[in-house]
Design a protein around this ligand. Structure first.
Ligand code: FAD
Length: 401
């Protein structure tokens, strides 16, 4: 077993680290305080720098202009990018576009690729993924009320979605809608591309997340579909294959998220340690002299290192043995890493005292905008249940001694 970073990847990671430290992190406060829409020129300038450095779209296949990195390599890149809340966006690796790119690349027709995949891969447009509904359990997504009814060469879509991340300003949505209501439950829905501006497709609002509605890419939209008519050629993949395609999107997506969360952990860990080493709590000593803080630092270090190994192993298994073989590991990392991250952010805020709840450090942003990690891509409880069931099945009839 070799834990060394591959020789061809090491210089890429160094370049990314340098660009993040010198250009991206210094710009993030302005972006976060002005908002993604108002700060578009800053973001565009950073994206141009990334492209000029040959670091654009690390996970995107080379045939559409990306770096074509494999899952483990991209995991390591994703950790670096996660050190800034704007890292993934600036490098063209942000959700939900990354997942949409992946399925368009695999399932898109030549026309869909020309119209949507190419400009998306180039960062000229954005997209969104519209599956969750306010009135259906997202944790059991086979229950959907949005329908796409066949009418000649068209589908007519009706329904309400929410938490369609990045819907504000997206050029198109990939919507999950029931096309085959009488099929077996995993064969009822299809993915359909709905271009922005199609009559009946409306962004109702950007949903406030703990008070912050955001804007542009950094938003979560409530979207209504009222008699939205699109040609059947806008369907992605075969009819009824929506869940199959969604499943394929989720495996790598969870690796991307988890490695991004490790990057967040590293940033938060640095912030926490720097504050502990700086903040005097009497004439002589800093917070770093206190055992409770030392315990938090040691525990966090162990948890981050353990989490990283788990995620890289899951990525390796997914890349070499496929989703079926890796599904336990993918579930384990999803709840383990999000929990490590949220506990660490909370402790780092505690170490900062009142400063921790202000927006003068990056901690409050993470506290608000990463809390969803324990909910999206399968709530923690569902992953625990699924993985535990599989484990316990292996002990069926074992005798218990
Ligand atoms: C920040 C953020 C971004 C998102 N982005 C997108 C997006 O771009 N596109 C999109 O389509 N969706 C998106 N979502 C929605 C997300 O996928 C759903 O929120 C998620 O699937 C959970 O569904 P729900 O909110 O309906 O919760 P519910 O299904 O109502 O579940 C609520 C809670 O019940 C518990 N629970 C559920 N099932 C079980 C069970 N079997 N056993 C025990 N406990 C259980 C869990 O604690 C869960 O959190 C996003 C969500 C967030 C928070």
């Amino acid at each position: 077993m070799d834990f060394a970073i591959p020789a061809d990847l090491a210089p890429v990671l160094d370049k990314i680290e340098r660009l993040l430290t010198e250009d991206v992190i210094p710009a993030e406060h302005e972006v976060l305080t002005r908002g993604f829409v108002a700060a578009a020129p800053v973001l565009d300038a950073l994206r141009a720098k990334v492209k000029a450095a040959g670091l654009w779209a690390p996970q995107v296949p080379k045939d559409v202009g990306g770096m074509g990195l494999g899952l483990v390599a991209h995991g390591l890149v994703s950790e670096k990018l996660g050190r800034s809340p704007i890292g993934h966006y600036v490098f063209g690796a942000q959700a939900p576009d990354a997942g949409n790119l992946e399925i368009l690349h695999k399932y898109g027709t030549p026309e869909q690729k020309t119209q949507w995949l190419e400009p998306l891969a180039a960062g000229d447009i954005r997209s969104c993924f519209s599956m969750t509904e306010p009135d259906s359990p997202g944790s059991n997504p086979v229950i959907l009320t949005t329908t796409a009814v066949s009418d000649g060469d068209d589908y007519v879509i009706n329904g309400v979605k929410w938490f369609t991340s990045g819907a504000d300003g997206a050029a198109f949505a990939i919507v999950m809608a029931v096309t085959n209501p009488d099929a077996a439950k995993h064969g009822r829905a299809s993915m359909i591309i709905v271009p922005q501006g199609t009559p009946g497709f409306e962004l109702v609002r950007n949903i406030p997340i703990m008070g912050d509605a955001g804007g542009g890419w950094a938003s979560h939209g409530e979207v209504s579909y009222t008699d939205v008519r699109v040609p059947k050629t806008n369907r992605l993949g075969p009819e009824g294959a929506g869940f199959l395609i969604a499943q394929e999107r989720l495996g790598p997506g969870r690796i991307h998220h988890c490695m991004r969360w490790i990057g967040i952990c590293e940033r938060v860990f640095d912030t926490m340690c720097a504050r502990a080493a700086f903040r005097k709590i009497d004439e002589e000593k800093t917070l770093a002299s206190r055992q409770i803080i030392q315990a938090w630092v040691a525990e966090a270090r162990a948890e981050i290192d353990a989490a990283r190994l788990m995620v890289l192993h899951a990525a390796w298994k997914l890349e070499h043995q496929g989703f079926h073989a890796a599904r336990d590991q993918v579930s384990l990392i999803k709840f383990y890493v999000s929990d490590v991250m949220m506990r660490l952010i909370d402790r780092a805020i505690q170490v900062h005292g009142a400063l921790g709840v202000t927006s003068d450090t990056v901690l409050a942003h993470y506290y608000v905008h990463e809390r969803g990690a324990r909910i999206y891509d399968g709530p923690d409880e569902v992953h625990k249940m699924v993985v535990a069931r599989r484990i316990l099945k292996r002990y069926d009839g074992g005798g218990g001694r």
